[in-house]
Design a protein around this ligand. Structure first.
Ligand code: UDX
Length: 438
């Protein structure tokens, strides 16, 4: 089979490379010619562990190629994946689907023979049905089916998530399209991955329900963490104690500064909008969105309080800027709320992030960007650990102590243990753990 992957953003590039690794011939298409030229030189526009090797290997094997020529790619394809961006529309939480429908029109003009059109981007319920209508309207004679196949991969472990998914959800309503999708995912039969076939609407909603549920789970443990601090309990033990109940599950119960990234913030807002539009509001998720937004701002207040309440003229070292480790993605990262609030309170921010500084420099002006964690802490009053990169897990505490004006670390990711930090002579604060355990 041959695939055309429209859009070489995060999802498109990872999915295209992974399908080619499964042995399928994949042509990745993007309108941005500079991006395609870079890909021809094997320059990967995003940071994702393992992706450069995967792309190089499959390009070499002749299974993966890149082009700006959508027509040619689609004409020869058995399946065309739409993996273009669906940013949040200005002035509301709705997803902007103009790129999806524009792609659908272009695809319609180019298809030859039976073609399966698959929406891979996260799209609101009803989008697949609308894509179907757009294609039919553009090319009444076309022989096609529209399928929804949402992507559940996480940045930083995207390849592993694609290759070994917990499940594959496919909204496909004809035998022909189901068979084509089975063929594309046949590599997963060996590892007995559950493949679920549903209607278009069910598949589209499943993606949003999954992401909003996970966002809710994180937000729940974040609030429990705040409560733990008030009553002297330890959130990690609470998380373990509830997580061992199979009905709850252990994952996504790690407290922190609030969720960020390209999916949870956008998808929670989009589902809230959809639900309001159809008169079935999701009040739980509305609250989750609200709590998470406030939480990010509260983190800055916590750091300021930790630094003595008045940070005018003080210097704060910020370790980690991306929304999570192993990515260069800064989208909706808690640091985007935290750093400007510290600056507004009069502090100088010295920061280091292993992959995010290029993007951070654009989004966070006025920060002193440093070459490593130690340089960031050199002469700072206190340090704040904001993203749990491995580089920050094993800091030389004696060295840190010598560099900071006061040995004081506020750890928003609970990387260190309060006991170890006390033993090392630090004033230390983390999320949801008592300073002195009982
Ligand atoms: C997420 C979903 O996991 C993925 O299935 C979907 O397709 C896209 O969105 P991603 O945004 O890459 O993936 O990152 P993820 O690892 O899920 O983390 C999201 C945010 O939640 C991060 O800000 C992370 O720091 C935070 N998080 C995650 C927590 O605060 N606590 C946790 O226990 C887990």
């Amino acid at each position: 089979m041959r695939i055309a992957m429209i859009g070489t953003g995060y999802v498109g590039l990872v999915s295209g490379a992974c399908f080619s690794e499964f042995g399928t011939e994949v042509v990745c298409v993007d309108k941005d010619s500079s991006k395609i030229e870079r890909l021809h030189r094997n320059e990967i526009p995003i940071y994702e562990p393992g992706l450069d090797d995967l792309v190089a290997r499959n390009v070499e094997a002749g299974r993966l190629s890149f082009t700006t020529d959508l027509k040619a790619a689609v004409k020869d394809a058995d399946a065309v994946f739409i993996a273009v961006g669906t940013p949040t529309r200005r002035g509301g939480g709705h997803a902007d689907l103009s790129y999806v429908y524009a792609a659908a029109r272009e695809i319609a003009e180019a298809i030859e023979g039976y073609t399966v059109i698959v929406t891979k981007s996260t799209v609101p319920v009803g989008t697949g049905r609308e894509v179907e209508r757009v294609i039919r309207e553009t090319r009444p004679d076309a022989d096609f089916d529209v399928v929804s196949n949402p992507e559940f991969l996480r940045e930083g472990s995207a390849i592993e998530d694609f290759m070994r998914p917990d499940r594959v959800v496919i909204g496909a309503e004809t035998d022909r399209s189901r068979e084509a999708m089975r063929q594309l995912y046949r590599a997963l039969f060996l590892i007995e991955t559950p493949i679920m076939f549903t209607s278009l609407e069910t598949s589209e909603l499943t993606k949003y329900a999954a992401n909003t549920f996970l966002a809710m789970k994180i937000t729940f443990i974040n609030e429990i963490a705040d409560l733990c601090e008030k009553v002297g309990a330890n959130v990690h033990d609470v998380a373990k104690g509830i997580g061992l109940d199979g009905r709850i599950g252990k994952k996504f119960l790690h407290p922190g500064p609030g969720y960020g990234g390209s999916c949870f913030p956008k998808d929670t807002m989009a589902l809230v909008q959809t639900a309001q539009d159809v008169g079935a509001p999701l009040r739980i998720i509305e609250t989750v969105v609200d709590i998470n937004a406030k939480r990010k701002r509260q983190m800055a207040d916590r750091i300021i309080a930790f630094a003595g309440g008045d940070v005018a003229g003080k210097t704060i070292a910020v370790l980690g800027l991306t929304f999570k480790p192993n990515t260069d993605d800064m989208r909706d990262s808690p640091s985007l709320d935290i750093v400007p609030a510290l600056q507004a309170a009069g502090a100088t921010v010295r920061a280091f992030d292993p992959e995010g500084m290029h993007e951070a420099a654009r989004l966070l002006p006025g920060v002193v960007y440093c070459k490593d964690a130690y340089e960031a802490m050199d002469g700072a009053d206190v340090a704040a650990l904001v993203t749990e990169w491995n580089q920050f897990r094993n800091l030389n505490l004696a060295k840190v102590k010598a560099l900071l004006k006061e040995p004081a670390l506020i750890d928003l990711r609970n990387v260190y243990s309060p006991q170890d930090m006390a033993a090392a002579g630090f004033r230390y604060e983390s999320i949801g753990r008592p300073v002195k355990p009982r």
